[in-house]
Design a protein around this ligand. Structure first.
Ligand code: NAD
Ligand code: 3PG
Length: 627
């Protein structure tokens, strides 16, 4: 049986209502422009929702528009720029199915025909109103004999067409969904790419957030193999709103949760999730990974990735990304601030005055200039801190397990003990490697100068808290600043640490990287990496997977094959490809000792059975097709 696809024009094929755009043009120099445009939009919506008769809505708008024939040229130019994105990228469908596509609109042929002509829809398959012009070219009305100029005109139009086959109507408003109710359409698709109208959605057989989804449901030729709206993302722990916006703007479906989830909660939530975004609290364990059937990628919207079982991800073909640089400056600035606050006992003085006590004293209050700063861990944060601390006049010393080049005048120390012995302030910036558990304990503290200060902005488990508490109580250490704790709560609320109430101890709730700048930057960086992977297979900057930067896909289908790095897999993949006679236009491979990632670009025409055969290759972890 033939199928006919009946498209609405305004807000479906185009992002906008054409008469609203015409109003923008004709009222450009009118001082009451905003007022009139709002009135026109109000009338348009009343008509679309069926709250006033369509003829009434048309009459009222045309009067307010005050447009001329010459304005239509500008309108057409404008509308060409505002064709719906997913319509634009699926020209192939319109070209191959032209005979089955009709545009039925309560808009006007004068601007619809030139727009849809570019999509291979000829004028004879466009059903719409026509304007009436005065002798000097003013739009003064419309052809009232046209069925589309009256209420429920689309029903009459479809009846007159007498199409023999299944009729699918795609549109965004009342006049579209009513065709199904009237029995002249078999299916109604609510098109929500540009507007989401409650009533339209309620009356739909399917909701299609874009044309990709419509084409997917109908198994029609399309530009994207799998509609992005079907790819679900879950963002936890208050990830900056920019990330939500980036993903949704690209068409993905995104859910956000303001806190971290437990293992059980994660497993329940992840059943239909393709990408999860977390920060430092959420534990992505092996059990979570093994119970997340659709998971393709994990985004750590922070630096640390120890909360993620990277090996389990790798073994399941799940790619992990993080943001290694975005929040480093924020940590450094906090460290500098805390070092100064500690050495001046500012928090003690502040607490006293909050408690009603005036204690003006210089005792125990020192400048940082000329003092020795010991940086443990000379990585991205340690190095930046080194430069800033020197600018303040501090003598910088550092210790790192790796060979790290000294920046500025910093002095490299050969052992932790030597660094601890020389420093007035010791600041910890080691990575979240579990070997660093209790790295600074009673022994290390005893190696520090009497009256020194300790700052920990790295990970809570790096410092033995009972030992630190004891050293602060005994006066061995003059003060400490702690931002991270061995156990941190999943959400804001009650919290206890033994360090509570000790004088000259600055306690912050893991906010070293929590600045607007850092969070915004992370929300730009990580989604960029994730989308590059989901949309084109790139694994550049992945933390657990072979990194590969792929060339742009050119008129080809892309097979992404992740497999165990065991002998014979590549040979078997290429054997399958050869058996199916596929023409390879590009092939790229990257491996690490455990996994291989091979990307094969093939000509567009191929036997679909090859996909199952490639999935069956022994050692396959995951297989995706992109086009
Ligand atoms: N408080 C926060 O909000 C916050 C924000 C960002 C980063 N962090 C944490 O800060 C730490 C540093 O981050 P980074 O981006 O600079 O990491 P990085 O990986 O760039 O640098 C860490 C450095 O520590 C060194 N190192 C590791 N173990 C060591 C040891 N036992 N002794 C001496 N050196 C050792 C490494 O060789 C490396 O040079 C990480 O633990 C990170 O998770 C905390
Ligand atoms: O790993 C990090 O980047 C820091 O610990 C910050 O983590 P957060 O995003 O959970 O604050």
């Amino acid at each position: 049986m033939s199928k006919y696809y009946i498209f609405d024009f305004d807000s479906t094929l185009t992002k906008v209502e054409a008469l609203d755009v015409l109003a923008e043009i004709t009222l450009a120099n009118n001082p009451k422009k905003e007022e009139v445009i709002n009135e026109i939009i109000k009338i348009t919506n009343l008509g679309i929702d069926g709250d006033i008769s369509f003829t009434q809505s048309l009459e009222r708008r045309i009067k307010l528009l005050n447009a001329k024939r010459s304005d239509l040229n500008l309108l057409i130019q404008e509308l060409k720029k505002r064709v719906s994105s997913s319509i634009e990228r699926n020209k192939e469908f319109f070209e191959s199915y032209s005979e089955n596509i009709y545009v039925i609109s309560a808009g006007f042929k004068e601007f619809i025909i030139p727009i849809v002509a570019e999509y291979n829809i000829p004028a004879e398959r466009v059903f719409a109103n026509t304007f009436e012009f005065s002798q000097d070219g003013e739009i003064i009305g419309f052809d009232r004999d046209n069925v589309l100029s009256v209420h429920n005109g689309k029903i009459a139009c479809l009846q007159n067409l007498q199409l023999d086959g299944e009729i699918q109507v795609i549109g965004d408003g009342y006049s579209d969904y009513i065709t199904k109710e009237a029995g002249v359409a078999d299916k109604f698709f609510a098109y929500t790419e540009n507007v989401q109208r409650e009533k339209t959605i309620k009356n739909a057989d399917y909701i299609t957030p874009n044309l990709d989804e419509f084409l997917f449901i109908n198994d029609l030729p399309r530009n994207i193999s799998y509609p992005k709206n079907r790819i679900k993302m879950l963002l936890l722990e208050n990830i900056h709103a920019d990330a939500y916006e980036k993903f949704t703007n690209d068409g993905f479906t995104v859910e956000t949760v303001g806190r971290s989830l437990s293992e059980e909660e994660l497993i329940e939530k992840l059943q239909d999730v393709h990408v999860i975004g977390i920060r430092s609290k959420t534990q992505i364990t092996k059990k979570v990974i093994e119970n997340a059937p659709r998971l393709l990628a994990v985004g750590a919207f922070c630096i640390g990735t120890k909360q993620i079982d990277l090996d389990a991800c790798k073994e399941n073909g799940i790619v992990v990304f993080n943001a290694p640089y975005s929040n480093t400056r924020s940590v450094v600035e906090l460290a500098i601030g805390e070092i100064i606050m500690l050495m001046r006992s500012v928090f003690q003085r502040s607490t006293e005055i909050h408690n009603g006590e005036w204690n003006k004293t210089a005792q125990g209050s020192k400048e940082v200039r000329g003092k020795k700063l010991g940086i443990v861990g000379y990585g991205n944060i340690g190095k930046q801190l080194s430069v800033l601390a020197e600018a303040l006049g501090m003598d910088v010393y550092y210790y790192d397990v790796e060979d790290k080049l000294a920046l500025g005048n910093a002095t490299k120390m050969n052992s932790l003990a030597d660094l601890l012995a020389i420093s007035d302030v010791v600041t910890l910036h080691v990575d979240d490697n579990s070997l660093n558990r209790n790295y600074i304990g009673a022994k290390e503290i005893s190696q520090m100068k009497d009256g020194a200060h300790l700052v920990n902005l790295s990970r809570g488990f790096v410092v033995d808290i009972p030992a630190l508490t004891e050293a602060l109580k005994s006066g061995k250490l003059a003060g400490a600043a702690v931002d991270v704790y061995p156990e941190e709560p999943r959400k804001n609320g009650d919290f206890y640490t033994d360090l509570k109430g000790l004088p000259n101890v600055i306690l912050t709730p893991h906010v070293g990287g929590s600045t607007e700048e850092a969070q915004r930057d992370i929300a730009d960086f990580v989604p960029g990496k994730i989308m590059a992977y989901i949309n084109s297979g790139n694994t550049v900057d992945a933390v657990n997977f072979p990194n590969i930067r792929l060339p742009k896909q050119q008129n080809s289908h892309r097979f992404l094959h992740m497999h165990k790095n065991v002998s014979g897999v590549m040979a078997n993949i290429n054997k399958v490809v050869a058996e199916f006679g596929l023409n390879i236009v590009g092939q790229y491979l990257s491996t690490d000792p455990k996994v291989g990632y091979v990307i094969t670009d093939v000509d567009k025409d191929y036997n679909q059975d090859v996909i199952q055969e490639l999935k069956n290759v022994e050692g396959t972890l995951r297989f995706r097709v992109l086009y």
